[in-house]
Design a protein around this ligand. Sequence first.
Ligand SMILES: Cc1cc2nc3c(=O)[nH]c(=O)nc-3n(C[C@H](O)[C@H](O)[C@H](O)COP(=O)(O)O)c2cc1C
Length: 381
Amino acid sequence: MTICSQGHIAYRELHKKPALLRSISLGKLALKNRVAMAPLTRRRATDDYVPTEIMATHYVQRASAGLIITEATNISRQGTGYMNTPGIYTPEQIEAWKPVTEAVHAKGGKVFMQIWHVGRVSHPLLQEDEKLPVSASAIKAEGKQKTPQGHMEMVVPRALETDEVPGIVEDFKNAALNAIEAGFDGVEIHGANGYLIDQFLHDASNIRKDKYGGNIENRSRFLFEVVDAVCKAIGPEKTGIRLSPSGIFKDMFDSNPVELYEYVIDKLNQYDLAYLHILEPMVALEPAHKYEKYLKEVTPHFRKFYKGLLITNCGFDFRSANKIIENGHADMVAFGKAYISNPDLVERFEKGADLNPWDVDTFYTNGPEGYVDYPFIDEKK
Ligand SMILES: Cc1cc2nc3c(=O)[nH]c(=O)nc-3n(C[C@H](O)[C@H](O)[C@H](O)COP(=O)(O)O)c2cc1C
């Protein structure tokens, strides 16, 4: 009897579906697994920021993900900072996204659009009439940006006037409405990785004296105005947000990042969002003294603060992804680079198959190579 019941438990343990491959509800959607495709900029849109046919092929190849989150998508011409990235602010762009959402849905997939304003991470050569990029404050980010005239040093941005900020909130709202019109299941507000929302949040890039600067409440005001407007426009169950609490990409720095994000993440509980998507540190936090207040393990810490569905990302594989879901620190895991090179990542996880390596050289090149030609399982390249 004992042997039999132990054997039964062992059998069940052995055949239990891995946590990552179990279904889950997100907003009103039923997702077939807990694997998310992380947002990945690939620069395959036209020179006028219009999605191309090849993008539909790319996304539909990855439709077995529980949730696809698209590449960051410009909410306005002003919010644009990378060549050949798609937008969602003109009728032509909305139409051009429709084949993407239709193809993914026809395959049983679900897809959110990541909506984006780059703020200072742009260049006059990428702006209309060569205007200065805008930001919370007139503080430059280090580094270069690719422009039609080659790589150029980033410039000191223009600090937004207080009465200009509601216009950008409106652009986020309209982008969300446009995304729904294009057939998306929802949107992810890009609040991570050093772009405009992040530039407002962090005290090294925001030295404003108005209601959008100063204490944490003020620095996060812009973020919450965006969240509020998008939720009211399309519904909180269709709204997600991405944050990088230990992110230092594009010169981000805060003197007290843990307190900042505890405040923001706790307050996000007031909205019944589809999800919060947080990133583990993407870059090594060196030198130690500057980043000593930064968390090296982000997800377990903020799980204690956030009550809704939590997606985590950065550096996970099948084993560590299952583990973080099983121990309750996250509900879903997003995969970035693994999705670049493995359109059938879920099937590979199911079968325990090897993953294709990714090719960094074709991350941002125009055209099909390294974009729609990675082999599926059992298919030779
Ligand atoms: C080519 C490339 C493009 C990316 N584009 C975006 C983007 O558009 N939006 C975003 O939030 N993160 C972007 N990221 C970050 C990824 O979403 C992800 O956080 C990162 O790759 C770490 O996850 P991984 O370890 O699973 O690759 C990009 C990363 C790569 C490699």
